[in-house]
Structure formats: structure tokens, C-alpha cells
Design a protein around this ligand. Structure first.
Ligand code: FAD
Length: 413
């Protein structure tokens, strides 16, 4: 069998893998990326949050993305019937980016991968990881390319950024149940021929149909718009209709806000359905590897945290590998696992409190409390490690107690 060697092997060329590979390469590490698909390839996860901009900038990938003119995202709008709640990332607690993008991921991820290749990184498409065997921290990975040729890649370290492929969790049996309730989703793209001019046409929106059921509308700069529904798996499976197109059309017809805009508009592809998408792992690292992005944990689409965790963990894995390579001691438990889990836990609270309805009570309360809104806005922008923010530090109590107080106030009126 053919053999080759690299210092770091990155599995998967999504945002997580590209950020990790690029940062390592820029710092003189020999890195190889293997990617199962041919790019551009479809993947869901189109609404980004500002924290990702820090990662793309630090990885040297930002300029290539800016050149693409993706639709800028300055905040997010939540709708519940007649009620509105609009977050503006420029009005948030603390520092950080004020904007990001909403993107067709095929195009976006292809831009990242092309930039990785342009930098001179060895990225092999249509090459699938079949198996990994560890010998201490060294590893031998068996891959197969599109011609069906199998070979071995020896690596000192593996960053598993294989997303939904979950390569190492599968091989090492690290899968764990998620703490998030079982939700599912159905989504497609449309040619947005009735898109209104101005901000309304490009505004990213989450339209709440029932407390646990919501619709996303994500307009792209190419004139297409992504539409998807999220809800409990039992709800999504009970929508009915002859196929996913009929089912999604039924759901869109329930939206007072979007019914007319999307009525009679053709879907660009039969809606995809992903059931019970939340996932977790028993550990985020081990001797000779880390798990990043969706290969480790995915919560829920509601606050668009997926790509942010993917790039945060890809970047941190790369930095800690480099630190250790430079002869410094790395405590992977505190510096990687605890750090990542702190951020995940903040978002997990927000996701859970979204579906209990408590967070919706805070979002739609009138009059708005600007101070509370700024602090929540910072969380929604992805700055979930900023412990100066009480809505980060006391995340497990503050939403619940504030919602309780507001509901009591309302019932006393
Ligand atoms: P990916 O982008 O999935 O990339 C992993 C790559 O690994 C893929 O290209 C794959 O081909 C490759 N791979 C897999 N197996 C192998 C193998 N064996 N060998 C080689 N390569 C392999 N996130 C957001 O930020 N915003 C959103 O609005 C959002 N909406 C979502 C909606 C739904 C319904 C769902 C389910 C998720 C959503 N997400 C969202 C989450 C988002 O999809 C992921 O968090 C994000 O894509 C993770 O990036 P990644 O780099 O970890 O993995």
C-alpha cells in the first residue's frame, strides 16, 4: 500500500477544517487536508454570526471571503405574529464584530477551500477517510480516492473536522446523546422573485409559528433565499403531504408574514430533511487528536451557532497543537475541552430556553429593555466567552428568572 506522512492531518474541508489548516500552514506546520466530496458541495448552515469573522481574519481567510460579496448580515429579526424583535449587532455589550454574512454554503465553503489550496496547502478532494489507527499520539489513516485507490497517511496529530461524517467519534465510539430535545428540520432554496427592494428583501428572519416551531428566511446576494422549518421531530414528521415539497409549502402557508412572498415560487430542489440533528461526544480530544465543529457537538440551528463553534474549535485546536510543538505544556482538558464546553453550555441554555418559551418572553416584551437586549445581542453575536456579560456568566439562571418576573408582572396587570 502507498504511504505518505504529514505533521497534521485535517479530516474535512468545511469551515472548521479550513480555519485549522490555514492557521497551521501560516505558522510553518506541514498540514494535509482530506475531503470526501468534490467541491462545491451542498451543506446547510447559512446564517453566520459575527464571532466567525475573528477566526477567518486570524486564519488569513477573510480577504478571499470579502471579495465574494456575500450578503452582509448586520443582525437578526424574530417575528411572532404581529410582534417583532430586531437585534442589531452594532448595539451589543462589549467589543466584537458588528456584522457577518448569510451565505449559500456551497459557494462559501468552496471559497475557503480554494483559498486554502492557493496558499499551497495540500488539500485532496474526493478522498475519504476509511479508518484511523493510533499508536500513542502517532496515527495511520487509511484513505480511498475517487479512483478507488487506498493508501495510508501517517500523522503526528489529527484534527477531525469531518462534520456530519463524524469520523473519529464513529471509529473510537465517542458518540453521546445531546442535552437538546429531539428536533428536525426541512429546508430548500428558492429563486426569490418577489423579494422586496431594500432592507426588507435582505433581512434574515426567524418567524415563530408555534413556541417550538419556527421558519427561517435567509436571503442570499445571488437572488436566492433559503427557507427552512424547525420543530420537534414528531411535529415535522406529522406535517403530511405527498413529499417534502408539499410539506414545506404547507408550513410556509402558515406564515402570515411570508405566505404571499413565497406563494407560487418554485423550490430549487426537493427540500432536504434532517431528523434529530443534535449530537454530542463523550470527549473532545485524546492522545494525538481533537474533534472540532460538528464532528464534536451540534446543538440547534436557532441561534446559528454551528459554524461559529466549528471555526472556534478549529482555530483553538491549531493554536494548542502549535503551542505543544513549540515545547510548551498544553493542558487539553482545561485549555480545549473546558473552554469549548463553556461556550457550548451558554448556547445550550439559550437553545433550551428558546424552546421553553422563556427567551421568547424576553425577546418580545414591551417596552424593550435596551440594557438586557445589548447583553443578549452579544451572546447572539457569538461572544459567549465574555464573562463580563452577566447574560454569559449567569446564563443558567438569568433568562429563567427574568422570564418568570416578566410573566408575573403581566399576570398582575
Ligand atoms: P462541515 O461543514 O459539515 O464540513 C465537514 C466536511 O467533512 C464535509 O465537507 C464532508 O464532506 C467532510 N467529510 C465527512 N466525512 C469525511 C470522511 N470520512 N473523509 C473525508 N472527509 C469527510 N450553522 C450555522 O452556523 N448557521 C446556521 O444557520 C445553521 N443552520 C443549520 C440548520 C440545520 C437544519 C442544521 C442541521 C444545521 C445547521 N447549522 C447551522 C450547523 C452547520 O451545518 C454546522 O455546524 C457546520 O456546517 C459545521 O461545520 P464543520 O466544518 O464542522 O463541518
Amino acid at each position: 500500500m502507498l504511504k505518505e506522512s504529514t505533521e497534521v492531518l485535517v479530516i474535512g474541508a468545511g469551515p472548521s477544517g479550513c480555519v485549522a489548516a490555514s492557521y497551521l500552514h501560516n505558522n510553518g506546520v506541514k498540514v494535509k487536508v482530506v475531503e470526501r466530496s468534490k467541491f462545491p458541495r451542498f451543506v446547510i448552515g447559512e446564517s453566520l454570526i459575527p464571532r466567525v469573522m475573528d477566526h477567518f481574519e486570524e486564519a488569513g481567510l477573510l480577504d478571499a471571503l470579502i471579495a465574494k460579496d456575500f450578503e452582509k448580515k448586520f443582525g437578526a429579526r424574530f417575528i411572532r405574529g404581529e410582534e417583532l424583535c430586531v437585534f442589531d449587532f452594532s448595539i451589543k455589550f462589549g467589543d466584537g464584530w458588528d456584522w457577518t454574512w448569510q451565505v449559500p454554503r456551497a459557494d462559501f465553503d468552496n471559497t475557503l477551500a480554494e483559498e486554502v489550496v492557493r496558499k499551497g496547502i495540500d488539500l485532496e478532494f474526493e478522498t475519504e477517510v476509511l479508518d484511523v489507527v493510533f499508536n500513542g499520539t502517532d496515527s495511520v489513516t487509511t484513505v480511498r480516492n475517487k479512483e478507488g485507490v487506498t493508501r495510508e497517511i501517517h500523522a503526528k496529530f489529527i484534527i477531525d473536522s469531518s462534520g456530519y461524517g463524524r469520523v473519529l467519534p464513529r471509529i473510537l465510539k465517542l458518540d453521546a446523546p445531546s442535552s437538546i430535545p429531539e428536533n428536525s428540520s426541512m429546508f430548500t432554496h428558492v429563486k426569490d422573485i418577489k423579494r422586496p427592494v431594500g432592507v426588507e428583501g435582505t433581512q434574515i428572519t426567524f418567524d415563530i409559528l408555534e413556541t417550538k416551531v419556527w421558519l427561517w428566511v435567509i436571503p442570499f446576494s445571488n437572488g436566492n433565499t433559503s427557507i427552512g422549518v424547525v420543530g420537534p421531530t414528531s411535529y415535522i414528521n406529522a406535517i403530511g403531504g405527498a413529499n417534502n415539497t408539499e410539506a414545506l409549502k404547507k408550513i410556509i402557508a402558515q406564515s402570515d408574514f411570508y405566505r404571499d412572498r413565497f406563494e407560487g415560487v418554485d423550490f430549487l430542489f426537493e427540500p432536504h430533511k434532517i431528523e434529530n440533528y443534535s449530537c454530542s461526544v463523550t470527549q473532545l480530544y485524546g492522545p494525538g487528536y481533537t474533534l472540532t465543529g460538528n464532528s464534536s457537538e451540534f446543538l440547534d440551528p436557532v441561534f446559528s451557532s454551528g459554524v461559529c463553534f466549528a471555526t472556534e474549535s478549529g482555530m483553538l485546536s491549531a493554536k494548542l497543537f502549535l503551542k505543544e510543538r513549540n515545547g510548551e505544556k498544553v493542558d487539553w482538558e482545561t485549555e480545549y475541552s473546558d473552554y469549548m464546553r463553556r461556550g457550548v453550555n451558554v448556547f445550550a441554555t439559550y437553545v433550551k430556553e428558546w424552546y421553553t418559551g422563556n427567551l421568547q418572553t424576553l425577546f418580545f416584551h414591551q417596552p424593550e429593555n435596551p440594557d438586557v437586549k445589548q447583553k443578549i445581542c452579544s451572546v447572539l453575536a457569538g461572544y459567549v466567552w465574555d464573562e463580563e456579560n452577566p447574560f454569559v456568566k449567569k446564563h443558567d439562571r438569568v433568562i429563567k428568572s427574568m422570564a418568570y418576573m416578566l410573566q408575573n408582572e403581566k399576570s398582575a396587570e
